[in-house]
Write a protein that binds this ligand. Structure first.
Ligand code: SAM
Length: 243
């Protein structure tokens, strides 16, 4: 197995800094998801440190989670209300719960973190298994922009200080629709590499995964505020229904 397919990789590398300012405000997502919760309980795949789950639970909705990283779960459980959210530590692809849930959601591009062969397909199949009849699966992801990978190899400078320099290198495989990213920090103490990989898909390709699992696209928006999705949209929020 590639190191990029290790579901615990993200948390080992990023949990220590995940809750620093900079992640999106969860309020619009919480408002959107609360409208689909249908009394709950709801399931967040890759619940992380509870950025979305905690404010959703604070609205009185029973939220459960699956998360591969014990480091991320520790962050969640250290927050007020976090201990009350049941979390299965495991690979979200396997959806190691039984449900049924009226709502399952997977946000912040995390579908694309599933880089192993067939794992996104597995995810949809297993979500369909635990959804209640008529239940909703909500995905939030970016729309790949070919201009972002007009060259297969890319270099970005992230930060330069008197003590360190951090750069990001991307290697794209446009045919496979994958990239490997290394965030590399140089200090006098040495060099640190943080690998990360994604298997990105265009929205209509995600619709095909859903359809294979018996889920039908009900609505697609450009934002959590339900702005219309169009050719210039950079992100999408897609609602699939179990038919
Ligand atoms: C970008 S964070 C999103 C966390 C949270 N959903 C949020 O919106 O803040 C991605 C999360 O996915 C988790 N993750 C990545 N691959 C996973 C997998 N295969 N199974 C379960 N969790 C996974 C990571 O540990 C991390 O917590």
């Amino acid at each position: 197995m590639s190191v990029l397919d290790d579901p615990g990789l993200f948390g080992r590398q990023w949990a220590a800094t995940y809750d620093q300012p900079g992640n999106p405000d969860p309020a619009p997502a919480v408002e959107f998801l609360a409208g689909l919760a249908a009394g709950g309980p709801v399931l967040e795949l890759a619940i992380g440190s509870g950025r979305v789950a905690l404010p959703l639970a604070a609205r009185g909705i029973a939220v459960e989670g699956i998360e591969a990283s014990p480091e991320m779960v520790a962050l969640l459980h250290a927050k007020p209300g976090g201990e009350a959210i049941p979390v299965v530590v495991g690979d979200l692809t396997d959806v190691g719960v039984t449900g049924p849930y009226p709502l399952v959601y997977l946000v912040f591009n995390t579908l694309f973190n599933l880089t192993g062969e067939g794992r996104q397909e597995d995810c949809f199949r297993n979500v369909a298994r635990v959804l209640a009849p008529g239940g909703a699966f909500v995905i939030e992801a970016f729309v790949p922009d070919p201009a972002d990978f007009d060259q297969n190899e890319q270099v970005q400078v992230r930060s330069v200080t008197e003590n360190s320099a951090t750069i990001r290198l991307h290697q794209y495989d446009r045919e496979a629709q994958t990239f490997v990213r290394q965030t590399i920090t140089f200090t006098n103490g040495g060099v640190q590499l943080k690998p990360f990989g994604m298997h990105y898909r265009w929205p209509e390709q995600i619709d095909e995964l859903a359809a294979q699992a018996g889920l039908r696209l009900e609505a697609r928006y450009a934002t959590w505020q339900r702005e219309p999705f169009g050719p210039d949209s950079t992100d999408h929020v897609s609602v699939y229904r179990k038919v």
